[in-house]
Unconditional design. Sequence first.
Length: 197
Amino acid sequence: MAYVEPVTLTQRGVQLVPLGLEHEAGLRAAAADGELWNLRVTSVPAPDETAAYIRTALQARADGHRLAFAVLDELSGRVLGSTSFHDILPSVKRVEIGYTWYAKSVQRTPVNTTCKLMLLTHAFDTLGCHVVGWRTDNFNFASQAAIERLGAKKDGVIRGHALRRDGTIRDTVMYSLTQGEWPEVRAQLLYLLEKSR
């Protein structure tokens, strides 16, 4: 049995369901909302790359190191984006949250906060993780700000770490949150969600 099994998570009108090929059209439409594939610092698939993006995620799930989710509006079933548990390390009870992107029309709404609350609750309270991590491009300032707003701590920067889609080499900013920090972060996320109602 894998450390991170496929699961559906639902809260406050947002649903995370294991990503599958049945989400291809919805994922393509979500990415088209803002032409997100043109952003240099993200991994959003271009329209003709969506099926391959999903197949890669499914292979990573089979290999045991990533569980990708489609982010859905619970009422309409509309695909809003995608997020994942990845770099899953059962031996040290650590996962990372990443490959996260949302249609432009739902950015700066409670969707991301709700997703992070669900993912962190599952990681810490169900899986018993000791640490949850994040990584982002050194030029993805919006992502860094969002991760820092969650209460994650900056661990450092890995220089010359990965290739961007345009072939340039990026530095990667690493963050983490420990189980001991989780109760305060959960309280903050719940406060933000209540405030946004």
